[in-house]
Ligand binder design. Structure first.
Ligand code: UFG
Length: 326
């Protein structure tokens, strides 16, 4: 199939593009390269350098495609609360442009990067897709709102979509095929890597007095290569079933902040200075997925998401990028 991967030069998008290429698909990446990296455009794909807010450019890129995979979004939770306008524009308006262009160009299959942020404070764990959706930040709200718009476009325009609710995406391609590291990362594992490299003086641990086994927060970290396989499986599913799907992609395993830091010290051989500071506003103590639906419908389960793989594949990427100093 001919697939337009929007945001395909970015951190998750480049892994997704690689997986579609490996499965024999034809890939065109559409990316404004604001956070994506030109180095992540593979020789067996091509790049349309454009912005999702530019409707004519989106429509031109959409024509002749069989499916669109949409990963282009702003994703910093804290920033979304300080600058909701940016998230309204990029995430909401940008996605509406893509959807309208898909309708106009007759592209009826749409895979969308959603997020576990749609759930908000967990009412029970593991969180399955029936868990109430009460996003606690504007970023999560944009993802939920897009899921709702998608459901309407399914009903009204025959767009079949898969909304993939990612848990904590982490790790890098184990074969080292993604050269461009995420710039200005804000998530735990890259911050741990930066502390290991001496690029930041220390890691701040946001609280060790949580109601968890070791007192630090627990999350469901899912390897980006596992996520990438989930996109291919989801697109196959839409084609086979002619209906839409909202599904969690998580490892179903809780890993604490402390476990990640300990593992990173072992893998990197570095001290990694870490200091416990106060809790971060809006953090739940634990968030872990049920991925039973993905298993049942997509035959998907995380394979590369154990803590060692997440940390080692990240460290290897920092080594390859020449960032590890010493
Ligand atoms: N953490 C620290 N120190 C840091 C950064 C993070 O202790 O410097 C802790 C956080 O408190 C949290 C864990 O590490 O317990 C993971 O934090 P991240 O900021 O990496 O990720 P979040 O769990 O806050 O959120 C992530 C994505 C969201 C997504 C959510 C879904 O950033 O986009 O997962 O589960 F919605």
């Amino acid at each position: 199939m001919k697939i337009l991967i929007v945001g395909g030069a970015g951190y998750i998008g480049s892994h997704v593009a690689r997986e579609f290429l490996d499965q024999g698909h034809n890939v065109v990446v559409f990316d404004n390269l604001n956070t994506g990296d030109r180095a992540n455009i593979f020789p067996d794909s091509s790049l349309v350098h454009g912005d999702i807010l530019d409707y004519p450019a989106v429509l031109a890129a959409m024509r002749g495609m069989d499916a669109v995979v949409h990963l282009a979004a702003a994703k910093a939770v804290g920033e979304s609360m300080a600058n909701p306008e940016k998230y309204s524009r990029n995430n909401l308006v940008g996605t509406i442009n893509l959807l309208n262009a898909a309708c106009e160009a007759g592209v009826r299959r749409f895979v969308f990067s959603s997020s576990a942020a749609v759930y908000g404070e967990p009412a029970y764990l593991p969180a399955d897709e029936a868990h109430p959706t009460n996003p606690e930040n504007y970023y999560g709200f944009t993802k939920l709102e897009i899921e709702r718009i998608l459901a309407w476009y399914d009903k009204l325009k025959g767009i079949r979509f898969a909304a993939l609710r990612y848990f904590n995406a982490a790790g890098y391609d184990a074969k080292g095929r993604i050269p461009g590291l995420e710039r200005n990362p804000a998530n735990l594992i890259p911050l741990v890597m930066e502390a290991a490299c001496g690029l930041r003086p220390e890691l701040q641990i946001f609280g060790d007095d949580w109601d968890t086994p070791d007192g630090t927060c627990v999350r469901d970290y899912v390897h980006v290569s596992d996520l990438a396989r989930g996109h291919v499986a989801a697109l196959d599913w839409i084609g086979g079933h002619e209906k839409s799907l909202v599904v969690n992609l998580g490892s179903e395993t809780g890993i604490s902040v402390k476990q990640i830091v300990d593992c990173a010290r072992k893998v990197t051989g570095r001290t990694i200075p870490a200091r416990v500071v106060g809790r971060r506003a809006g953090d739940p103590a634990q968030l872990v997925a049920s991925s039973a639906l993905a298993k049942k419908e997509l035959g998907w389960a995380a394979r590369e998401s154990d803590v060692e793989n997440l940390v080692r594949s990240s460290w290897d990427a920092y080594v390859r990028a020449g960032l590890t100093g010493k």
